[in-house]
Structures are given as structure tokens and as C-alpha cells.
Design a protein around this ligand. Structure first.
Ligand code: USQ
Length: 382
């Protein structure tokens, strides 16, 4: 199989490239280092410094014996996307190439404009180039569970059947995102749905919850190959932040009441889900939507799991509720479906004190790199 990974330098893009290369795919990664640049500009660099992509690919080839081809370029430029897709003729495109941070998207006027322009333009360029040059290719697009928000009804997998005045039809499940970043993912889905139903594309839109973890089987044991793990308030996600806070002896930053509930998953499961989606492609003129998480937790529950894991490695971890910088429900109903990936064969890697403790051990090795100025929230929704 030929797999093109857009956003191949990112937290998920790089381990995905390694996973697909190891299973024998011909892999091309594309990236313009946007997230690295934004992290530098906001004093939010990753915990473990990652070499640039060509160097990472060279090291990976030395260690694992699999080639990953690197293309550095800006995917908001149509000519670059067109050349990649026309010349490589991928079977699968995995599209991660978006500004991924909710706080960044609300940081300033320029950051909001960059987020909207980057995310929508990349998605549009990809579907336009597919229509022109690779109409049979399967696009796997990373969406987010945050597209749905926290409605007071069960969340279905992307679609809902509605009966209205004696008639019925199937619609995209109602969406109500909690940040501009999450809203760009809603707009992506609408954009893609138009191209699917009008130009017969095949697309899987993965509604993913916050991911946690520092490594994957293909990258294990090689510090220079690890994913770009962020713990700051802008690019770090809740669990990863709590792991670093536990090691830095900072009380875990639970925003507000801590009842905010989300669907979480281990990085290892992200890779498994994307592989399952690639092996079981969506049909022609199908927008398949899969909810990609393995278990739900409130922020307070997550924090107490980290406290328990800390005990296993000799850390005395505290929890502290701080003022919530976001505008979000802190108590709400949350019951999302996630049977689609299980039916495709996903065997989840669930949270356990031992697994979290193993992550704390890796963070402990990099403790000297933790910058405590990056921990408290610097961006407020109001
Ligand atoms: N939270 C805290 N304390 C913290 C950090 C976060 O209480 O120190 C809370 C947030 O207020 C929120 C929840 O934890 O209620 C999750 O926050 P997050 O920062 O882990 O996740 P989020 O901003 O929603 O975004 C992340 C990724 C994004 C992805 C999304 C999936 O950055 O790219 O799309 O997770 S989801 O949340 O399901 O939309």
C-alpha cells in the first residue's frame, strides 16, 4: 500500500508514519513544521527535542530498516498538494495537517485567522487534488470528538436519523464545538461531506478524543525518535500535562470543577485505529464517521488516576482546582457511542496505574527539560 501522511512531523503524524512503514507500506510524509514554529513563538516547545524530519527518517531507517520519504512544504499551497497526490498516487491519505490547539486558536486575532485559514485550506486542497488526480484514494481525516460538544442526548457516530412531521432522513449529528479550533473541524466535516456526495470520494472522518502517551512500539527505546510530546497549556493535552506536572511536583491543574468529561485514548490505540481504517476503507461516496476513543473520564477522575500512578514511582502527587480559562460545561451529560472501531477489531489499551507509571518513568528521564513557566494557563476564552 502507498500511504501519504500529511502533518508527518506531529505528535500523531510521526508515530503513524513509523507504524505504516514497519508494516511494509511505502510511506511519504509531508509537513511544513508549522507546529514547531508556533510552539517556539509561544514558548511551548516539546519536552523531548525531536530532530527535523529528514534526520528522524534517517535515524529510523538505521534503527528499523524502513524508509520514510520526507517532503517539506506548505499544504495550504495547492500546487504542493497537487504534486504530492498526482505523482505518488497514494492508496491512503492520512490527514493530520492542522493547527491542533484550542487555546492557540483563541490566543489572538492572528492566531484565530491562521487556524481557520490553515485548517480549511489544507482540507480543501486535499479533496480538490483527490477529485483531480486520485478519486479512488481513501482519505482518513482526523476530526475530533469536540465537534459534537457536550449535548444533553447520546452522541451517535457522526450521523443521526431524524423523524420530523411524519417524514425521516439521516443527517450529520448536530455539532456545537467549544473553541475555534474545534469549529474548524466541524467546517472540515461539512466541506468533506459536500465533496463526498458530489464527487464520489471515499472518506473516513475520525472523531478523536484527547490522546495521551509518549511512545509507540515502533519508536520505543530511541529518545531521538519519540513523538513530539507537549506539556504546556497551549499544545499539551490534559493527561500529558498531568504526567509532567506530577514529575515537576506541581499540583495537577484541574480547570474549574473538574466534571468536564471527554473520551480519551492511548497513542498506541490511535495508531491501531488509523491502521484499521486504512485496512477497511470507506466505500465510494461514503463519509464514514468513527468515534475514536476507548474510555471516558472526567478531568477529576483522570487526575486521581495520575495520583495513583505516582504512588507506584514514589511521587506524592496533589490535585488543585484552578479557575477555568475555558468556556465549557463543568457538569454535563456525556454518553458517546464508539462501537465502530471495536467492530473493525480494535483491542483497547486502557488506562491503568502501571501504564501511567511507565509513562511517568519516561517523563522522569527528561525532568531536567521541564519549564514550569509553561504549565499554568496563559490563554483565556473570555
Ligand atoms: N483540562 C484541565 N486541565 C488542564 C488541561 C485541560 O482541566 O491542565 C480540561 C479542559 O478544560 C477540557 C479537558 O481537560 O475540559 C480536555 O482538554 P485537552 O486540552 O486535553 O483537550 P482539547 O483542548 O479538547 O483538545 C485536545 C487536542 C485536540 C483534539 C481534542 C480532542 O489538543 O487536537 O482534537 O483534544 S476532544 O477534546 O475530544 O475534542
Amino acid at each position: 500500500m502507498k500511504t501519504l501522511i500529511l502533518g508527518g512531523d506531529g505528535y500523531l503524524g510521526w508515530p503513524t508514519a513509523a507504524a505504516f512503514a514497519v508494516r511494509g507500506d511505502e510511506v511519504v510524509v509531508a509537513d511544513n513544521y508549522l507546529r514547531r514554529l508556533l510552539a517556539q513563538q509561544t514558548n511551548s516547545e516539546a519536552l523531548i527535542e525531536a530532530p527535523l524530519l529528514p534526520e528522524r527518517a534517517r535515524l529510523f531507517n538505521d534503527v528499523a530498516g524502513h524508509a520514510i520519504r520526507v517532503e517539506i512544504g506548505d499544504l495550504t499551497e495547492y500546487e504542493f498538494v497537487e504534486r504530492l497526490i498526482r505523482d505518488f498516487q497514494p492508496d491512503t491519505i492520512v490527514h493530520y495537517a492542522e493547527q491542533p490547539s484550542a487555546p492557540y486558536s483563541l490566543m489572538s486575532v492572528n492566531a484565530s485567522r491562521l487556524t481557520l485559514n490553515n485548517n480549511l485550506n489544507v482540507t480543501l486542497n486535499v479533496v480538490l487534488a483527490m477529485v483531480e488526480h486520485a478519486p479512488n484514494c481513501h482519505l482518513i481525516k482526523l476530526g475530533t470528538m469536540g465537534e459534537y460538544g457536550t449535548p444533553n442526548i447520546d452522541i451517535e457516530e457522526g450521523w443521526i436519523d431524524i423523524e420530523h412531521k411524519g417524514r425521516s432522513d439521516r443527517f450529520l449529528f448536530p455539532r456545537a464545538a467549544g473553541s475555534l479550533y474545534h469549529t474548524t473541524k466541524v467546517l472540515d466535516t461539512d466541506l468533506i461531506w459536500f465533496y463526498v456526495r458530489t464527487f464520489d470520494l471515499r472518506v473516513t472522518d475520525l472523531m478523536q478524543g484527547p490522546v495521551y502517551g509518549l511512545t509507540s512500539p515502533e519508536l520505543e527505546g530511541h529518545p531521538d525518535l519519540l513523538p513530539s510530546f507537549h506539556y504546556d497549556d497551549i499544545f499539551g493535552t490534559a493527561v500529558n500535562r498531568f504526567l509532567v506536572q506530577a514529575v515537576a511536583n506541581v499540583p495537577l491543574t484541574v480547570y474549574g470543577g473538574g466534571g468536564q468529561t471527554r473520551g480519551y485514548l492511548n497513542l498506541i490505540d490511535t495508531l491501531a485505529c488509523v491502521k484499521l481504517a486504512a485496512d477497511n476503507p470507506a466505500g465510494e461516496r461514503e463519509l464514514r464517521i468513527l468515534n475514536q476513543f476507548t474510555e471516558t473520564f472526567s478531568v477529576l477522575e483522570l487526575a486521581s488516576h495520575i495520583v495513583d500512578a505516582g504512588k507506584l514511582v514514589g511521587l506524592d502527587v496533589e490535585i488543585q482546582s484552578i479557575e477555568n480559562p475555558r468556556r465549557e460545561a463543568e457538569e454535563h451529560y456525556y454518553n458517546p457511542a464508539n462501537s465502530g472501531l471495536a467492530e473493525l477489531g480494535l483491542e483497547p489499551t486502557l488506562v491503568s496505574p502501571e501504564r501511567l507509571a511507565a509513562m511517568l518513568e519516561i517523563v522522569l528521564q527528561h525532568k531536567h527539560r521541564i519549564d514550569r513557566d509553561r504549565i499554568m494557563p496563559r490563554v483565556s476564552w473570555s
